[in-house]
Every structure is written in structure tokens, then in C-alpha cells.
Design a protein around this ligand. Structure first.
Ligand code: SER
Length: 337
């Protein structure tokens, strides 16, 4: 008998850290992980089985399929937006082909154990692409269906994979004698920039906020690469993890869409700087603008309309901007360094 488990790809990354902590604490399901690098020992001890390898390795996915009855997938593995611009073809392989492999994996799992596999997919504000800074500032909070014309490889990958997931859920092999859709219960969130107290992201373009905070806590100088007036939505990691778990647990019939915007607060880089100075008055933060990365952030919305997530499955972030700093980031980070 195969054991019912949850599979987490990209488990060693920023989101994986928080997710594994919370899932392991709940103890409901055994956790199986897949990551290209071995997990930190502190994480590894919380999971039942750790696979070190690539989501592009179909043989490895076959092995997991034969050994475990997966009924929940958190597919977190991806190359983020800045890194993807330096190696777009690799980004496409990991972000799109990797996701296709995981969807196919979930389809086969569902066919084999006869229950739908709940598939959680973190998409991103990078799926949006506003045509100019003026359009961005005029747009205010954008809905899921507005401005879906991304300018980055990562954004294109995320937007397409949202649709790929909906295809598996609703139309998979629609012309075959025996249509097989409905095996993958695909659910996606468009995360804003995520800020974790435990890890710093690598290769993202919203990284200026977490990098500024962590550098200040370590007493290191930091040059922020976007202008002080730059605004995008952010969220504290515990709220991100909570959102994934809430959406995973939501009754299927309450979900009116495949993809949900999420936001919590939308400070400018200048406001993040002010808050960092309040916590770490000696912080040495300067602004040295990287016009190219600035261009990417300028194409992302200043804020998102997340009313559908709040209405359909009770999304309710606990941390606003002030609380995120006061009750989560500063105490946790101070303890860490
Ligand atoms: N944080 C991500 C990035 O900057 C956006 O999803 O790439």
C-alpha cells in the first residue's frame, strides 16, 4: 500500500521553509520533498522523505509516483524573475516544462488512486505587465484579468502555467473517448513580493525590500536598486503560507476562479526604508538605481485587488505593514543575527 502524502517541490526555498514548519506542526500528512539541493538539516528532520533532484527528471518523478500516494502538491520550484532574464531558456525549462511534468505527475497520481490531486501553484504579480509607470499609477488595485501582458520570461512562464493548470483541471484530453479532466484540482495564487524573516530570496526583483531589512539587521550597508517612490504589494511570509494552506483546504464549490490575487500591504521602497530606520537607526541604506530592474518593477502593479480571495476562501492576512515589522520581521530577524 502506498501512503497518502503531500509533495512539496522547491522545498528548500523561501516559501518551502515556512510551509514545512507549519505542515509538520499540524502533523496531518507525511511530507515528501523534492529540491535540487539537500534541505537544511533543520528542515530535513521535519519531512518523511527527501528527494534531491530536478523536477525535469521524469525518472525521478516516476519513482515518487510508484512509491507514494500523493493527494496534495505544492509546486514551489521556480527560477525567479531577475535570474530568469539572464537565462531565459533555462527559466522556461524549469518554470514551464517543470510545471508540465508536475501536472502530468498529478494527473497520473489522480488516475491511479481515483481521487483528485489538489495542486497548489504560486503564481506572481509578475504575471501582470503594465505598459508604463503612468498607467501603473493610474490603475491602482488591479484585478486578476487586467493587464495580463507580462514583460519578463518569469511572468510569461507563470501566466502560461496558470492556464496550463486550468487546462488539466477542466479540459485535459477533451477529445479522447474517455476524457480524463478533473484529476488535477488546480488552484493558483498570484503572490505579491514575499518578505520572510528566516530567509532572503535569491534571483527575484522584489528582493530589494527583504534585502534592505536583512542587511540592516546584520549591520551591513545596502544599496536599494529601485527609486524610493517605487510601489508594489508585499506580504509577510506567515500570511503567504497561511494563504496556500487556506486555499488548499477550501471546498471546491466555493472557488469561482482558478487564480487569485493576494496582497497585504503596498509600501513604497522609501516607506520600507523609513520603517527599517525606525527599527535599526544605524542602517546604512542608499539608493543606487538599476534602471533595468526598475523597469521590471515599474511594470508590476502598485497594488492588487484581492477581494475574490477574501470572498471565496476567507483570505485574511494578519500582518499589515506596521505589524509585519513590529511583530514578525524585527523580533524574528533580531533573534537570528
Ligand atoms: N518575488 C518574485 C520576483 O521578484 C515575484 O514573484 O521574481
Amino acid at each position: 500500500m502506498r501512503k497518502p502524502v503531500v509533495l512539496i517541490t522547491g522545498a528548500g526555498g523561501e516559501i518551502g521553509h515556512g510551509l514545512i514548519d507549519t505542515l509538520a506542526g499540524g502533523g496531518a500528512r507525511a511530507i515528501v520533498t523534492l529540491d535540487v539541493a539537500p534541505l537544511d538539516p533543520s528542515l530535513a528532520k521535519k519531512v518523511s522523505r527527501e528527494f534531491t533532484g530536478s523536477i525535469l527528471d521524469k525518472g525521478l518523478l516516476e519513482r515518487i509516483l510508484s512509491e507514494f500516494e500523493v493527494d496534495l502538491v505544492f509546486h514551489l520550484a521556480a527560477l525567479l524573475s531577475t535570474r530568469s532574464e539572464f537565462s531565459p531558456v533555462t527559466a522556461h525549462e524549469v518554470n514551464v516544462e517543470g510545471t508540465l511534468n508536475l501536472l502530468e505527475f498529478a494527473q497520473k497520481e489522480g488516475e491511479s488512486h481515483g481521487r483528485p490531486v489538489t495542486f497548489l501553484y504560486p503564481s506572481s504579480i509578475a504575471a501582470f505587465g503594465l505598459p508604463s509607470l503612468a498607467a501603473k499609477m493610474a490603475a491602482g488595485k488591479v484585478r486578476e484579468d487586467q493587464f495580463t501582458t507580462p514583460t519578463t520570461m518569469y511572468g510569461c512562464n507563470k501566466l502560461y502555467c496558470e492556464q496550463l493548470g486550468a487546462y488539466y483541471a477542466n479540459h485535459y484530453k477533451q477529445l479522447s473517448k474517455d476524457p480524463q479532466s478533473g484529476r488535477v484540482d488546480f488552484r493558483a495564487v498570484r503572490f505579491p513580493g514575499l518578505i520572510s524573516a528566516l530567509t532572503v530570496p535569491s534571483g527575484g526583483t522584489s528582493d530589494y525590500a527583504p534585502e534592505m531589512i536583512h542587511a540592516a539587521a546584520k549591520g551591513e550597508a545596502y544599496a536599494c536598486f529601485v527609486r524610493p517612490a517605487t510601489q508594489i504589494p508585499f506580504m509577510a511570509m506567515p500570511d503567504g503560507v497561511d494563504a496556500l494552506l487556506k486555499l488548499a483546504a477550501a471546498p471546491r464549490e466555493s472557488l469561482t476562479q482558478t487564480v487569485y490575487n493576494l496582497g497585504a500591504f503596498a509600501p513604497t521602497a522609501g516607506q520600507v526604508h523609513e520603517e527599517v530606520l525606525r527599527a535599526f537607526p544605524d542602517a546604512k541604506i542608499t539608493f543606487t538605481i538599476d534602471e533595468k530592474r526598475q523597469g521590471i518593477v515599474d511594470s508590476w502593479p502598485a497594488d492588487v485587488d484581492d477581494s475574490a480571495a477574501r470572498r471565496d476562501w476567507g483570505f485574511a492576512p494578519q500582518y499589515d505593514f506596521e505589524r509585519a515589522f513590529r511583530d514578525y520581521l524585527i523580533p524574528t530577524i533580531q533573534e537570528r543575527y
